[in-house]
Design a protein around this ligand. Structure first.
Ligand SMILES: [Zn+2]
Length: 128
């Protein structure tokens, strides 16, 4: 898809951000009722201040959390690059201090070998 060539999207962050946007809708709906406001602009102004106070912290988490940076790729029926077994294969694609996004020959590992590799990477200081 052409879109992916130009913009790197962290889909976990994107999904959380879309869900977070949906949470702003109830605030816009509830504030005028709760405060008995009939003027649309006053109600929207107050609702947006309340939303901003809440969602600043949610957005801050979404865009800075290291947990959301970690991306794995999972492929079915692939030969493990360590033990040679054919199984579901895992590879760490990206974390806050590890980047194999442009790896031209990605290595996948079975679950057990992936756990061992993850432990090795942790010893090297990679955040897995
Ligand atoms: Zn293996």
């Amino acid at each position: 898809m052409i879109f992916n060539k130009y913009i790197k999207i962290n889909y976990k962050r994107y999904l959380l951000y879309l869900i977070r946007w949906q949470l702003s809708t109830p605030i816009l709906a509830i504030v005028p009722i709760a405060l008995h406001l009939t003027d649309f602009w006053t109600a929207a102004f107050i609702a947006n201040i309340i939303g901003g106070l809440l969602f600043f912290w949610v957005d801050n988490f979404i865009f800075t959390s290291k947990d959301l940076t970690t991306q794995w790729e999972v492929v079915e029926n692939i030969q493990c690059s360590d033990c040679g077994n054919v199984a579901r294969g895992y590879r760490l694609v990206k974390s806050s201090n590890y980047d194999k996004v442009k790896d031209s020959e990605p290595k996948f590992r079975c679950e057990n070998c992936s756990i061992n590799k993850s432990n090795e990477l942790r010893k090297e200081g990679v955040e897995v």
